[in-house]
Ligand binder design. Structure first.
Ligand code: KG4
Ligand code: ZN
Length: 354
């Protein structure tokens, strides 16, 4: 009797182990992202293979206001989150999901709350681990996602230097391994994406500014004289002086919009590339990893590739801007390391990295 019970227990352990073994090689994570103006859900296998990636953008709604309206954003997330998750899960069996990863900060508190609460509900209903993910860290993990257009993306070599350039952040982070970060630099005022958005408004190009400036710049020449904030002996950035200088130029009148866009874009890119390359040389990293919406800019990536002494990994444009595949990829590495969050997970709108 005693032996039979022991055998039974052993069998359970083995079955459990086999299940874990199976999960370890094919672990599927559902990622949820609602930090700003994209409602997104995605399923990623083993932190690399995208099985589904759904992004419902609110850009058209916010464009009429010239920027993201927080109240409108959270209400829109509420309306779209369930259909977005359902679409991401359309061809995936819920029983195959091993964890729910969700962005809990930084971002708009009301928007983050929608994602975090739906993630808790799903994790509870399906009895799955919940993993709160830092949005900035998840941007970096876009570099792990498999993509035929991303060159050698996925073969990340530590230590690497991560430049995160989004609408809210411009961070230069030394990454020594999974979850091991040291912040080397940050913006002292406007983020790079924010600067693009403000410059586009000054030039009457609409929202979001990055793609609009890039489009206008393609038919202009960078002939206008604009300042660059080098902030010598620091890896920090500053873009607000450049924005003000552009405003003064435009205010005087007679400025060609394509030339102004090209001059502004060149100034931002020169500083981002030179300072990142300098930090890469000083820290002796093996690679530079680009991420965040501004990394979708083709002139920026071309200059990085031309100037960097080490290989530069660049996610495809649709994985640079906000998405949930990067959240799922990041969550996978946390889950693999044995980390998970409790149901008391709260949003942290000013969360930072490193
Ligand atoms: O990472 P992201 O999608 O959202 C945040 O976490 O903020 O980044 C959005 C930012 C916006 O400021 C947008 O203007 C900028 O990325 N952006 C670009 C480009 N595409 C998006 N900036 C420059 N060139 C682009 N092609
Ligand atoms: Zn982002």
């Amino acid at each position: 009797m005693h032996t039979a019970r022991l055998c039974g227990l052993l069998l359970f352990r083995v079955l459990d182990m086999c299940r874990c073994q199976g999960n370890r090689t094919k672990m599927k994570v559902l990622g949820i992202e609602t930090s700003c103006d994209e409602t997104a859900a995605a399923v990623v296998e083993d932190g690399r293979r995208i099985l589904s990636n759904v992004v419902a953008s609110q850009i058209d709604i916010h464009a009429r206001y010239g920027g993201v309206v927080p109240e409108v954003a959270s209400r829109q997330h509420l309306l779209t989150i369930i259909p977005v998750i359902e679409q991401a899960m359309r061809d995936v069996d819920w029983r195959d999901i091993d964890g729910i990863a969700v962005t809990f900060g930084p971002g708009l508190a009301g928007s983050l709350l929608v994602g975090v609460n739906i993630a808790k509900a799903v994790a509870l209903a399906r009895k799955l681990p919940l993993i709160g993910v830092n949005h900035l860290e998840s941007h970096i993990y876009a570099n792990w996602l498999e993509s035929p257009s991303a060159g050698d993306s996925g073969s990340v070599d530590f230590p690497c230097l991560c430049l995160i350039v989004s609408g809210g952040h411009s961070d230069l982070v030394l990454m020594k391994g999974h979850g091991r970060y040291e912040k080397l630099g940050r913006t002292r005022d406007d983020a790079a994406g924010e600067a693009f958005d403000k410059a586009a408004r000054i030039l009457g190009l609409g929202y979001p500014g990055g793609p609009a400036i890039e489009r206008a710049a393609s038919s202009g020449t960078p002939s206008l004289s604009l300042p660059r904030a080098w902030l010598r002996n620091s890896h920090d950035f500053s873009f607000s002086g450049l924005k003000t200088a552009l405003w003064h130029l435009v205010d005087k009148g007679g400025v060609s919009v394509p030339d102004a866009a090209a001059s502004f874009q060149t100034a931002v890119i020169e500083v981002l590339v030179a300072k990142t390359v300098e930090a890469a040389r000083q820290s002796g990293v093996r690679q530079i990893l680009l991420s965040g919406g501004v990394a979708a800019n083709k002139s920026l990536t071309a200059r990085f590739v031309a100037k960097s002494p080490v290989p530069v990994l660049i996610p495809p444009s649709h994985l640079c801007t906000d998405n949930a595949a990067m959240v799922a990829a990041c969550g996978y590495y946390h889950l693999r390391a044995g980390a998970s969050s409790g149901y008391d997970l709260d949003v942290v709108s000013s969360l930072s990295i490193g």
